[in-house]
Design a binder for this molecule. Sequence first.
Ligand code: GLC
Length: 650
Amino acid sequence: MNTREWLRTEATLSLERLLPRVLAELEAARHHDPTGYVRFEARLKREWPRLFELLLDLYGQQYDFFYHLEAILLSTARAWASRRPALRALDEAREAEPTWFQQQTMVGAVLYIDLFAGTLTGLRERLPYLKQLGITYLHLMPLFLAPEGKNDGGYAVSSYRTVQPELGTMEELAELADTFREQGISLVVDFVFNHTSDEHEWAQRARAGEARYEQFYFIFPDRTIPDQYDLTLREIFPTVRRGNFTWDEAMGRWIWTTFNSFQWDLNYANPEVFRVMGEELLFLANVGVEVLRLDAVAFVWKRLGTNCENQPEAHKIIQAYNALTRIACPALLFKSEAIVHPDEVVKYIDQGEAQLSYNPLLMALCWEALATREVRLLAHSLSTRWRIAEGCSWVNYLRGHDDIGWTFDDDDARALQIDPWGHRQFLNAFYTGDHPASFARGVPFQANPATGDARISGTLASLAGLEAAMQQRDLRLIDLAVRRILLLHSIILSAGGMPLIYLGDEVATLNNYDYLYDPAQADDSRWIHRVRFNWEEHARWRDPELPEGKIFHELQRLIALRKSQPALAGMHLEVFATGNAHLLGYVRRHKGSRLVIIANVSELPQQLEANLLRLHGSGYRFRDLVSGNDIEASGTLSVEAYQFFWLERL
Ligand code: GLC
């Protein structure tokens, strides 16, 4: 018998042994929903061999492996049993149409509840605004119980089952999820699973010396082991603390903290951690959210002598969690937040792992193209690095609550005669306004003097030049900034995958420097772009004569246009050479529909050989859906400053 056959047999035998336990556990639920149960059991049988193998790989050496296996299975079964009928109906609908999120009608947005609407109730009242924009996917930034004061914007979670009291309650979140779903908006929340806050009950019990909880984290009596790890680890927040370990005064020991000192890394080599965090995951699924954003996925497995990022076991953990969701709550999707090298980002994307993923490369290179006024690195990376696993989707964004890191591949840059290190230095100088050709008003984030590395904070509008232009009261510069902002959005709305708008960007929110006066924020420049929504300014957004109004109005129009174009569904993207260093060209095709997109990333008008449209658009006459103008594919075509065309063949 080969290993594969052996595994199959073992998996089957183990399920045969465990099924009676599951049946006993689900007695009542089965009675209530016999057809639902049949489906559950079918999914369990389908997923079991995969789950069994993954867990065996991860935890097979544990003497009590089968005990953990059973506990994980029972947790999953209980999660199905407590799933509401409406969510079970959703499970069925999504299973019948598993790539629903690839439709061109999908448009995402992300917000902080307190900054956008105060509370969950306040958010409900803003539903008309979200509908007006055309949002169908809404990521609520961390809303869970977190320490007062510093909590990394909520990414230090003290309880996954409690909403931060100022924002509302879990019941309200569940009701909101139902209402929004009925209105065509899928809710998304974070699953912050790499670490808990140091105020989480588990952390407190570890601190108090309870052996069971000490094993949830990485705790060391002295520096011997931390020093060995630190040799090969990156520093993610070097301005907070050097190295990756924090001395905990109360415990008198060192604790692994990849991010802030109050964020304790969980130890996934402990199967109990896998199970209890799996229970939190399934709990959130049952609240009614449809997507979990898997925070900091790259870091969840540690291995001495490596940088402890993107380890094979990190993938297995996520795949095993994916299997649990397929069994208990198949409507749920994962979105991977892997802000790492592009080669690694794509490895998390799979129907059996994370179906959605942020696209940090597109994000960084959009900004890179604006700074250089050239598309070569963007075009090269799009043509070689776009493809991901079938049935999955990029989430394309321009700004978020985090910084911008220059995450392109060094060899991609070298292939284009770009020196990667020098280029990153240039981009940092450009976006902090420290370059003569810069229009941007950004600030550095986590500048590391030891490595010369830095990332960039700033709102989209400030980085795109609106802040400087408004201060100079220069109408021409304001106009250019507005055009840049629309051009960027045109790219994420048309490139393939789901666009994600950081709310506030649609009304050109500028940097807010107040964070410098708040001790809980002053050392984290990302607060410059986490700005309270100023609803008083609403009138400005309605006035298309003002930059805010123009952006809001045009963006709304582009979103509606995207939704009307079947060619923009799916993920198919063909980048072509435009023969002009400043023009990006690509074709989007889906089920017989086709659009040709052209974008000028410079402030000077550019010429395009119109013949290229014949070649790539297979036609002679086109309508630009953005301006409504008709275009003939002959001679040269002029593309104005930051203009973009969405061309449909006539
Ligand atoms: C993710 C979040 C970021 C946070 C970090 C630690 O990268 O987006 O805001 O600081 O994880 O949780």
